[in-house]
Design a protein around this ligand. Structure first.
Ligand code: GDP
Length: 194
């Protein structure tokens, strides 16, 4: 099926984005670790199954062991269903994502968002990083270049517009994400022909 999967830690604006994409309202009080039932939605005139995975990383009131467990569950889910996904969208908060990555980078530590990105790459799932809340980011170019650098994508970020999509979901400014997703869908359709 034409399935698009969304992942992202809590509070990055996933529900806001889903509402923008689908016109439906989503319960933002969803418990982490609980996957919503996959549903069919219309995205820019096409019918897709949009699967929303629970927040990982910081979740207030959730113990660190449990956070790790949730992350592992998400990775297991992605591995199991990778063949179904046409595109994956990792939603991040543009204002804080680079700081969070840097805070969690170390000898024995790989930040969740970077891990997700690599897991999806290894699984061969085309992935778009939706960099949300760009309305709060002053040093836009620098921030997007830094994010590319942390994801192993050689800056400048403009070279990676199929992968890095700066958006402001709250204001409905999601065209770069629509464009990036569409590029991968067209590639998937073209691959089907061969
Ligand atoms: P979720 O936990 O990932 O589903 O995040 P929500 O959609 O509930 O959003 C978390 C908070 O971020 C809410 O207060 C939203 O209004 C806010 N938010 C979402 N998108 C944007 C955005 O583009 N810009 C700004 N400034 N805030 C946003």
């Amino acid at each position: 099926s034409d399935e698009i999967v969304l992942v992202g830690r809590s509070n990055v604006g996933k529900s806001t984005l889903m509402r923008e994409i689908t016109g439906h309202t989503f319960d933002t009080g969803q418990k982490p670790g609980v996957t919503r039932e996959p549903n069919h939605y219309d995205w820019a005139g096409d019918d897709f199954v949009l699967t929303d995975l629970p927040g990982f990383g910081f979740m207030s009131g959730v113990h660190e062991d449990h956070r790790e467990q949730i992350k592992d569950d998400i990775v297991a889910y992605l591995e199991e269903y990778a063949a179904n996904f046409l595109v994956a969208v990792i939603v991040v908060d543009g204002k804080s994502v680079v700081d969070i990555i840097d805070r969690h980078s170390g000898e024995d530590e790989i930040p969740y968002v970077v891990e997700m990105f690599y897991v999806l790459e290894d699984l061969g799932v085309p992935t778009v990083v939706a960099v949300n809340k760009m309305d709060k980011v002053d040093d836009r170019e620098e921030r997007l270049n830094d994010l590319c650098d942390r994801l192993g994508l050689f800056p400048p970020w403009q070279q990676w517009q199929d992968t890095v999509a700066p958006i402001t979901a709250k204001r409905g400014q999601i065209q770069p994400l629509n464009d990036a997703v569409r590029t991968h869908l067209h590639e998937a359709k073209r691959d089907d022909l061969f």
